[in-house]
Design a protein around this ligand. Structure first.
Ligand code: RET
Length: 274
């Protein structure tokens, strides 16, 4: 979205800037963690961690671009002590490009960690990844539309985007549900936690998306709504990508252990022999 922005107080400007900056650091740290941690897993589950690493890498890059665009969109008016729109539109399309790549990968992570036979996992990945991409593509015209009203373009595209979203949840709680029940107790619990985290974090995006619908004059007259939307999407991204990746890792680790792999610490202490 190439967006004009409202005048912000230094506190509002910095809150968004610092959230972006925190997210770059978190995604980069998660990348290093996922790359190192996959060595602890049975080979079968490593690819799932590599996908997690890819997701946070892509996100770190896009947050770097988003932060740059945010900085360029504002100039400090020192006389009045406020941040004013510089005339250079804020490019929020980075977000949607990021989601288009990462959201299908997030469902791939979950399906891969189940360790299903190839024919089954292939079908499930295709269904979920295509719906996930469709959900993002349909949401975009609403996000960039001039009319932020509930019964305008934002509402219409938002509703269309919700259809594949509901379909994804349906698959997760029906087909995937029966697969989860076939797993051992510990793994089944971890898997249903991952599914709940996915539901909770993904469910946050359509809620954040609706903020402008209830903010007359969005975006130029609604500093609060602009800040809330950016902060909301950012918190959701950190949990849905880095936090979720950690859960996927714990599932992969539990499954590796069950399959007889000795999942040790990354660095074994040197035994102090007498
Ligand atoms: C890492 C990024 C993630 C997990 C992004 C997820 C995004 C969604 C679940 C977005 C969903 C939307 C709707 C269901 C309707 C309104 C438009 C969207 C795209 C915000």
């Amino acid at each position: 979205m190439l967006q004009e922005l409202p005048t912000l107080t230094p506190g509002q400007y910095s809150l968004v800037f610092n959230m972006f900056s925190f997210t770059i650091a978190t995604m980069a740290a998660a990348f290093v963690y996922f790359v190192l941690a996959q060595k602890n897993l049975a080979p079968k589950y490593r690819v799932s961690m590599m996908v997690s690493a890819l997701v946070v890498f892509i996100a770190a890059y896009h947050y770097f671009r988003i932060t740059g665009s945010w900085e360029a969109s504002y100039v400090l008016n020192a006389n009045e002590g406020v941040y004013e729109f510089s005339g250079k539109p804020f490019n929020d399309a980075y977000r949607y490009v990021d989601w288009l790549l990462t959201v299908p990968l997030l469902v791939v992570e979950l399906v891969l960690v189940l360790g299903l036979p190839k024919s089954e996992s292939g079908k499930m990945i295709a269904k979920l990844a295509i719906s996930a991409a469709l959900m993002i593509v349909l949401g975009y015209p609403g996000e960039v539309s001039e009319s932020a009203e509930l019964f305008g373009a934002r509402g219409l595209w938002g509703t269309l985007s919700t259809l594949p979203f509901v379909y994804i949840l349906y698959i997760l709680f029906t087909e995937l549900g029966s697969t989860i029940q076939q797993q051992s107790g510990r793994v089944a619990t971890l898997l249903s936690n991952a599914r709940l985290l996915l539901l909770a974090t993904w469910g946050f995006y359509p809620i954040a998306y609706m903020i402008p619908m209830f903010s007359a004059g969005y975006p130029t007259e609604t500093p609060g709504a602009v800040v809330a939307l950016q902060v909301g999407y950012t918190i959701a991204d950190v949990t849905a990508k880095a936090g979720y990746g950690v859960l996927i890792y714990s599932i992969a680790k539990a499954k590796s252990e069950e399959e007889g792999y000795d999942v040790g610490e990354m660095v074994q202490p040197v035994a102090a022999e007498a």
